[in-house]
Design a binder for this molecule. Structure first.
Ligand code: SF4
Ligand code: SF4
Length: 300
């Protein structure tokens, strides 16, 4: 089979996910369901219809064109699509004259992805940038990530990987030798609470952070600070203590909660649990950063 990957975006000129100017490859499919996720279109491992109600005139042409009755006019969300029924034929996108519908996610050949990435070779070289693999959970497509990372190395590109880490350790052993910078999420320290907000327990993730910390010289643990979930001194102290005392990790980045993804939930017809939660700023997280610094971590 020709090597390929299910991708929902390739962002060019990115500056937040590694050094310099980068291209970020977003892999579609995730094995967590974090309540605050900013990329709900990344959850399913196949293409989906994204709908923009603001552009919709309620003409109903999409409903009429759908061969499998996957679209209904929802009082709350508008003309949304049932992903379980949709066969991704694109007929509703074609008939929508206001461009209120688009297909998110497509299978791309790895060579096709590399052609996109190579367009910005000069930017990577001039800025000390490179390529970041993100998602979703990119390591659910570990073979594709590994092959792409090898191709990037062959081109001399710096490589970074973002992971939520809920995978067998063997997956990391395959990938890490090809990764220059690893971003590893840590969300909570209590397994039951972690499971209730993300769908999975924490133990495997903690083990993988510890093991990755021993292997990966350049590793940053990213902690999203989420109101009502982990924004307490006690929880933050326990996470920082784990990193400081049980792992070789020294670099930590706090990511304040933001409702960036709320419009996407509407477009997919999914209720957004965090829609009324206030955004946080970096300064709101400073007290947590200070705890980490006192434990010897370099927290940003
Ligand atoms: S075809 Fe487009 S404008 Fe018409 S109802 Fe469907 S989404 Fe709205
Ligand atoms: S892509 Fe095809 S199957 Fe899916 S909602 Fe649109 S018309 Fe229906």
């Amino acid at each position: 089979m020709t090597p390929s990957a299910m991708i929902f975006d390739i962002e060019r000129y990115a500056t937040d996910d590694g050094p310099g100017i980068r291209s970020v490859v977003f892999f579609k499919g995730c094995n967590l369901r974090c309540s605050w996720c900013q990329n709900p279109e990344s959850h399913l491992s196949y293409p989906q219809i994204m709908y923009n109600r603001k552009q919709c005139t309620s003409c109903g042409r999409c409903m009429a064109a759908c061969p499998v009755d996957a679209i209904h006019n929802d009082e709350l969300f508008g003309f949304i699509t049932d992903p379980d029924k949709c066969i991704q034929c694109g007929a509703c996108v074609d008939v929508c004259y206001t461009n209120a519908r688009k297909i998110v996610g497509r299978r791309m050949l790895l060579d096709e992805i590399m052609e996109e990435l190579k367009k910005d070779t000069d930017y990577y070289k001039d800025s000390g940038g490179g390529v970041t693999f993100s998602g979703g959970e990119p390591l659910l497509q570990a073979d594709a990530v590994s092959e792409l990372a090898q191709k990037c190395k062959n081109e001399g590109f710096h490589t970074a990987l973002e992971t939520a880490g809920y995978l067998p350790w063997q997956t990391f052993e395959l990938i890490l030798p090809l990764i220059d910078l690893l971003y590893f999420d840590l969300k909570h320290i209590d397994s039951d609470i972690h499971r209730s907000f993300t769908g999975v327990p924490i133990e495997l993730i903690l083990d993988n952070i510890r093991l990755a910390g021993e292997l990966q010289e350049n590793m940053v643990v990213r902690i999203p600070v989420i109101p009502g979930f982990n924004d307490s001194l006690d929880i933050q102290r326990r996470m920082m203590k784990y990193l400081s005392e049980e792992t070789a990790v020294t670099q930590v980045e706090l990511l304040p909660f933001h409702r960036f993804g709320s419009g996407k939930y509407d477009g997919l017809g999914i209720p957004y649990a965090m829609k009324d939660v206030e955004n946080l700023s970096k300064s709101d997280c400073e007290q947590f950063a200070e705890i980490g610094r006192q434990l010897g971590l370099n927290v940003k």
